[in-house]
Design a protein around this ligand. Structure first.
Ligand SMILES: CC(C)(COP(=O)(O)OP(=O)(O)OC[C@H]1O[C@@H](n2cnc3c(N)ncnc32)[C@H](O)[C@@H]1OP(=O)(O)O)[C@@H](O)C(=O)NCCC(=O)NCCS
Length: 169
């Protein structure tokens, strides 16, 4: 299959944080952010594969910054790498300063989706062509993350995770 550009499937959503989406400290619930990230990542996986996509794994989430009520939150999702039927999607979360309008990165996550047909059978997806330096770094590291995720899920033997093992040698 012909490689596709990350821009063909990149998804950007912007929304604010309502009081009903926060905890007693008036910070956004982690689960609310996970759901927003899942939706943006799903749209990205669907745009890339032009198939139904299901979340196979949440590989990494970093809640580095608390998000106060009333914040304007922008979520950017892009496909960082594809394998045969699976797609790793990287999600960056930004907050917008109310006065200056400057965006700062608050959180990030990495999800894995699998493209499936109407019977839920995994189907092949096109490769991705990373363009920017950061997209290339994320592409290179995706193989190690896939191996870690599969080992943790009991779907790969640690002895077969060669790229992952190489990190510790
Ligand atoms: C995701 C799902 C389709 C995978 O089915 P499966 O029987 O494991 O299929 P396969 O073994 O053929 O794996 C399919 C792909 O998923 C990848 N995969 C499966 N589990 C994974 C995990 N934990 N981490 C990373 N990749 C994973 C496999 O490596 C494979 O990728 P590849 O084709 O690119 O090499 C199946 O588990 C499923 O339908 N899960 C429910 C999905 C869902 O409902 N999500 C919403 C959350 S409630």
């Amino acid at each position: 299959m012909k490689p596709k550009s990350t821009n063909e499937s990149r998804t950007i959503t912007t929304d604010m944080v309502l009081p009903s989406e926060t905890n007693h400290l008036n910070h956004m619930f982690g689960g609310e952010l996970l759901a927003r990230m899942d939706r943006a990542a799903y749209i990205t996986a669907r745009r890339h594969s032009r198939r139904i996509a299901v979340t196979a794994s949440v590989n990494h989430v970093a809640f580095n910054t608390a998000i106060p009520v009333g914040s304007v939150v922008t979520i950017e999702a892009h496909v960082s790498r594809t394998f045969k039927t699976s797609m790793e999607v990287f999600i960056d979360v930004f907050l917008e300063d109310r006065i200056s309008g400057v965006r700062t990165k608050a959180n990030e996550a990495i999800y894995t989706f699998v493209a499936v047909d109407d019977t839920m059978k995994p189907v092949e997806v096109a490769p991705i062509a990373p363009e920017t330096e950061i997209e290339k770094q994320r592409y290179d590291a995706a193989l190690r993350r896939r191996q870690l995720s599969l080992v943790l899920a009991g779907k790969m033997k640690p002895s077969e995770a060669h790229e992952l093992k190489a990190l510790f040698e």
